[in-house]
Design a binder for this molecule. Sequence first.
Ligand code: FAD
Length: 300
Amino acid sequence: MQQQLKVAIVGGGIIGTACGLRILETLPAAEVTIFTDQVTPNTTGDVAAGFWTPVYLSKTPTQLSDSWSEETYRYLQSIVESNPTPGENGVHYTPGYTVYRSENLPVISWSHIPIGFRPMTKSEVSMFPPEIKGGYFYVSVMAEGRKLLPILMDKFKRLGGRLVTNRRLTSFDSLIGQGFARIVNCTGLGARDLCADEKMYPIRGQVHRVRAPWMNFWLMDSETSTYCLPNSDTVVLGGTSQKGNWSTEVSAVDKADILHRVTSLWPSLASAPIVQDAVGLRPGREQQQNGERNGIKAAL
Ligand SMILES: Cc1cc2nc3c(=O)[nH]c(=O)nc-3n(C[C@H](O)[C@H](O)[C@H](O)COP(=O)(O)OP(=O)(O)OC[C@H]3O[C@@H](n4cnc5c(N)ncnc54)[C@H](O)[C@@H]3O)c2cc1C
């Protein structure tokens, strides 16, 4: 008789949950268990707006990063296009602009991926303050972690996946002892301690959720890490990208700076009431991130 494949996933954020689901969809007979310290609403993905745009991962080759980005965009598209209730799962198409202070726009290697990618017209540029000289328009997809994570976790369990929470592992040894043939590490920044990987560091992000139902498009100013990303109930204003900062406290200084930058770009946001302040720590590493190993691949 063929033995059932036993898979352990460590970490129950968006990566661990999506990974568990993808394994069960591909190998329905597998026995998949997620071991995790925290689950939604206490993971990094619950802080994020869930905006799709390729972000280069340190020394990860552009081609590889672009292919992951394309796979993710197509996967999210399939959710949008098969989904009659985007308000429930938080996955929706959202058009918007990424703006620059120079008319010489950078060449974008992934311009073939999103719907409608094109340079902004002069009249579009004129909506912004005079220092903005150009930019690109495209249709992104928002995948709001706060809404999508519980749905993916439910689906994982319905397909027979098991979830063990409040379990912070200090090594993989106990899992090997339990006969898991594959272990997938999806611990985000937690991998620093779990794998004694001192090359990892936090990249601190602070955001502010506001009520601004009139903002039905996104704005991104990568040069200053400033953005405005509409979710279905709130709009996420950001941000910060602070390497090596471990603080999960909301900083009043960062808040004032973020609100100043965002409202300089789009003044009507000054009147939007703030409903939540949040901080999350993204995992950073100078060397290439390894998304694929031993034949098991992260789905998002
Ligand atoms: C402010 C901010 C805004 C962002 N905006 C966006 C955006 O718009 N678009 C986008 O694509 N990305 C965005 N990101 C990044 C995105 O949120 C993260 O890349 C993503 O959430 C990471 O998911 P994850 O599952 O890898 O990690 P996490 O969500 O951190 O999950 C890790 C899981 O592992 C568990 N864990 C850790 N260590 C252990 C251990 N030793 N034993 C057991 N369990 C453990 C944790 O409890 C947790 O459940 C943003 C991040 C921040 C902070």
